[in-house]
Design a protein around this ligand. Structure first.
Ligand SMILES: Nc1ncnc2c1ncn2[C@@H]1O[C@H](COP(=O)(O)OP(=O)(O)O)[C@@H](O)[C@H]1O
Ligand SMILES: [Mg+2]
Length: 386
């Protein structure tokens, strides 16, 4: 009996001991976990703050102190207003300082973007996330903060360099256009005049009855060559820059382009536009002309189309340009080709005029380019408005 009891007690004691050991182990584990957690927060490279409901900093890690150029001791117990610019007046709770989403599109509701204040008063951009936990019946906000000044600086530099590239490309386009205009004019005025006067001389020569007979076919051959030279010269000059463009006659310039395209590539091309509506200033006429020219070149090179339709309409102070073909259709990956600059150039020209452009595959087949250009100030004074 005693033995049994003793045995029982011994068994119970052993179980109690096991339980106690297990408990101790669990306690140690949780201690370890706590220590690990503390260590992580302590050594984190991101700044971490715990903030009480009254926007007083309860805890700051060394990274936070470093970020605000102060000490942990100075931060803890201090009000958040010393370190974070409140986006609203009378900010009271931590959530007033870190508004959901930070006003930035595409961010989670727990992400924010705010302005930090360093101990020396310098302001700097901060991004991070916030979480609220319930602790002893009180709400505590834990925020992770990241100093994004460096990134902002890089972004600004990138934006500036992008801007400069745009300006450079636009300046180069203008210079190129001016050179083309200049050469076209020289060809037309100088060389053109010379050839025309040569032709007149030849005509006079042909009228001369005293010419020796063998020179007649020679002179006729010369005249034929001269006519070819004049036609070539006109074609080259027009290719460089159609005269119509300089006279605000975009409609006639496009008609020329259309006719030449049909003749050269055997692809039907229809132009729906109103002549008076296309009397635009030089920059706009040139941009539209060059865009249509590039689009037609692309159609000839890539589309395998049999028909092209060009629509230019003035609606509500905007010029709507649509270029459609019935070819194989442009693919998304075509528009990403690094070495292709035609579409890039089109977009740049449209953006330079504050317009919008969309390039897409068309239904049921083919490619369409839709452009909307605001016309305020771009119509020529003698042109009808609207
Ligand atoms: N009308 C079109 N139909 C089908 N594919 C097109 C059309 N226009 C452009 N593309 C495709 O888009 C690509 C990019 O065009 P672009 O930037 O003008 O460069 P490039 O003409 O020098 O190749 C072309 O290589 C072609 O694959
Ligand atoms: Mg091209």
């Amino acid at each position: 009996m005693f033995g049994f009891l003793g045995g029982y007690c011994a068994g119970q004691a052993a179980a109690a001991l096991r339980r106690a050991r297990a408990l101790r182990r669990a306690g140690r584990d949780s201690d370890n976990r706590r220590i690990d957690g503390r260590r992580i927060v302590h050594s984190a490279s991101d700044a971490i703050l715990s903030i009480g409901e009254n926007a007083v900093i309860l805890f700051a890690n060394p990274a936070a102190a470093h970020m605000f150029a102060t000490s942990v001791a100075a931060m803890q117990g201090s009000t958040l207003a010393r370190y974070i610019q409140a986006p609203v007046r009378n900010a009271r709770t931590p959530l007033d300082y870190f508004p959901a989403g930070g006003g930035r599109a595409g961010r989670r509701a727990t992400d924010y973007a705010v302005t930090g204040i360093r101990a020396n008063g310098h302001l700097f951009p901060i991004e991070g996330s916030i979480s609220v936990v319930e602790q002893n019946g009180r709400r505590v906000c834990n925020v992770i903060l990241r100093d994004v000044s460096e990134r902002h600086l890089v972004q600004q530099k990138l934006a500036r360099s992008h801007d400069q590239l745009r300006q450079l490309s636009s300046a180069l386009q203008t210079i190129r256009e001016e050179e083309r205009t200049h050469i076209a004019r020289e060809l037309h005025d100088d060389l053109g005049q010379l050839l025309a006067s040569l032709r007149m001389d030849l005509t006079l020569l042909q009228q001369n009855n005293q010419l020796p007979e063998p020179s007649r076919p020679l002179i006729e051959g010369m005249e034929a060559n001269l006519l070819t030279a004049i036609a070539s010269l006109r074609r080259i000059a027009t290719n460089l820059r159609p005269r119509a463009l300089d006279e605000g006659g975009l409609y006639f310039a496009l008609q020329g382009l259309r006719a030449e395209f049909e003749e050269r590539h055997g692809i039907a091309c229809l132009l729906f536009a109103d002549e008076a509506g296309l009397r635009l200033d030089d920059a706009t006429s040139t941009a539209i002309f060059r865009i249509v020219q590039e689009a037609l070149t692309n159609i000839a090179r890539h589309a395998e189309a049999t028909e092209v339709v060009l629509n230019l309409d003035r609606i509500d102070g905007e010029l709507l340009v649509t270029i459609r073909d019935n070819g194989r259709g442009i693919r998304a990956e075509d528009m990403e080709k690094v070495e292709s600059l035609g579409l890039v150039g089109m977009r740049e020209r449209v953006w330079a005029l504050h317009g919008q452009i969309a390039i897409s595959a068309d239904e049921p087949s083919g490619t369409r380019i839709d452009i909307a250009l605001p016309l305020d100030g771009h119509a020529r004074p003698d042109a009808p408005s609207g």
